[in-house]
Design a protein. Structure first.
Length: 136
């Protein structure tokens, strides 16, 4: 059985996990494993669902619920590997896990891969570009 080719206009017909290019190009992420980068992309996908579902804490920060079991299933990995990947993401400060207490799932806060200074620059740059677009 051969696989078909993609033709013009077909590239957007599937659902994909989005993994930021910065995780592959920025020096601060060069030691992050490929599976950890993939998990971050999966968590970002979950974050967008949490945002739509209104899963915010008292400070307005979005959180996700994703158990080790669901990570194992999504990535076809062992529980030990799932834990290792979560620790890897925590150590580089891309996520923060917060225990909720007995019998409650752990909240995972997916942190922005851009630092505060980069975000400030991009926000300012986008504001400038937006204002230039509407100049007559």
């Amino acid at each position: 059985m051969g696989r078909g080719y993609f033709y013009r206009g077909q590239s957007e017909q599937f659902v994909f996990y989005r993994t930021p290019k910065a995780l592959f190009t920025e020096p601060e992420y060069e030691k992050l494993s490929i599976p950890a980068k993939a998990l971050y992309g999966i968590l970002l996908d979950r974050e967008s669902l949490s945002d739509k579902s209104g899963w915010f804490d008292d400070n307005g920060r979005i959180f996700v619920y994703m158990t080790n079991k669901s990570i194992c299933k999504a990535m076809n990995i062992s529980d030990k590997t799932a834990t290792k990947l979560l620790v890897e993401l925590e150590e580089i400060d891309l996520i923060q896990r917060v225990m909720q207490g007995q019998g409650k799932p752990t909240r995972i806060y997916v942190k922005n891969f851009l630092d505060t200074e980069s975000l400030r620059f991009l926000t300012r740059k986008n504001s400038i570009l937006d204002s230039e677009m509407f100049r007559v």
